[in-house]
Design a protein around this ligand. Structure first.
Ligand SMILES: Nc1nc2c(ncn2[C@@H]2O[C@H](COP(=O)(O)OP(=O)(O)OP(=O)(O)O)[C@@H](O)[C@H]2O)c(=O)[nH]1
Ligand SMILES: [Mg+2]
Length: 285
């Protein structure tokens, strides 16, 4: 026999096998658990702006991974024709490669918010954030998923700083800036995460359902901090998974001084806001 706790875990975790019949044998439940893992729907969201040199390899690499990932490319009208190439690739990966096109460059944060809404409306279970420039190794998607698939944690963060400093080919100034940005975030907000600006993540859908996406206000690195801070304040469990981050070898960086300034001031604003009006969750789907 199994405990009540395990039965309720099954009900909460699986959309397809509901309802779970109480009092089943251990063997049946182990079997159902395996089916449950296999039936998890996983969507990787990749925002793109002028990623023509990377997009084809990226799509191919994700599609060939052992886990069954779907991809949502969120392109902001890239002048280099990234979206047109995605449309061509869709013929080879029907049903697994999705595309949202926006008219102009509206920023990383709003692109992800649009992607999260799309994913929630379509009942994906695990929703990933990843860059298109191969700074994040697509193979690590599997490790992020494995870190939270049994639901001991709710949000997995691919972390450059949990085991030393794992950054390849960044100038030392950029590494120091990124490393101390996380220390600054820890100091101001108390967020217990070593890599606060990390943009390689896996959310269980429950996190995105509870966060009031309308209230997320930042678009660059501050967006990444704001999402982690909000999830943590709402009581979700975060885990850092060590990754090696490699600087892009193809295409142009979109990092700008404005993004940096938003992060520095945004962190202080986030902390003040959390004191004067504590976070409220929403159930929007
Ligand atoms: N849709 C959309 N995607 C964006 C925008 N800005 C950046 N991106 C994408 O977001 C991801 C991260 O952007 P990067 O240029 O690599 O920025 P970064 O990772 O902060 O900086 P570097 O690694 O130094 O280049 C990439 O896939 C970009 O194409 C934007 O305004 N809209
Ligand atoms: Mg990058």
């Amino acid at each position: 026999m199994v405990t009540q706790k395990f039965v309720s875990f099954k009900i909460a975790d699986n959309h397809i096998l509901k309802p779970v019949i109480r009092g089943k044998s251990n063997r049946n439940l182990i079997f159902e658990r395996i089916i449950s893992f296999m039936s998890h729907r996983k969507l990787v969201i990749i925002p793109t702006y002028n990623e023509l040199e990377n997009i084809s390899d990226m799509v191919q690499t994700v599609m060939e991974l052992e886990e069954n990932f779907e991809l949502l490319i969120l392109d902001d009208g890239s002048p280099d024709g990234t979206a047109a190439l995605v449309k061509t690739l869709q013929n080879s990966f029907e049903g697994r490669l999705h595309l949202i096109e926006r008219a102009g460059k509206l920023g990383l944060g709003t692109a992800y918010i649009a992607g999260f809404r799309w994913a929630l409306a379509r009942k994906y279970d695990f929703i990933f954030e990843m860059d298109c420039d191969f700074s994040h190794d697509p193979k690590d998607l599997i490790r992020l998923y494995q870190a939270i698939k049994d639901r001991s944690f709710d949000l997995a963060i691919g972390s450059r700083y949990i085991t030393g400093v794992n950054v390849v080919n960044w100038p030392i100034g950029r590494v120091l800036m990124s490393y101390f940005a996380s220390k600054y975030v820890n100091f101001i907000t108390g967020l217990p995460i070593q890599d606060a600006t990390a943009g390689f993540k896996c959310y269980h859908r429950s996190v995105l359902e509870k966060i009031n996406l309308d209230a997320i206000q930042f678009i660059g690195y501050a967006f990444q901090i704001e999402m982690k801070f909000t999830a943590w304040k709402l009581g979700f469990k975060l885990i850092e998974v060590p990754i090696i981050f490699t600087d892009r070898t193809r295409g142009q960086s979109k990092m700008s001084p404005g993004i940096f300034k938003e992060a520095v001031l945004g962190v202080i604003w986030m902390k003040i806001k959390s004191i004067i009006s504590p976070f409220q969750s929403v159930k929007s789907y």
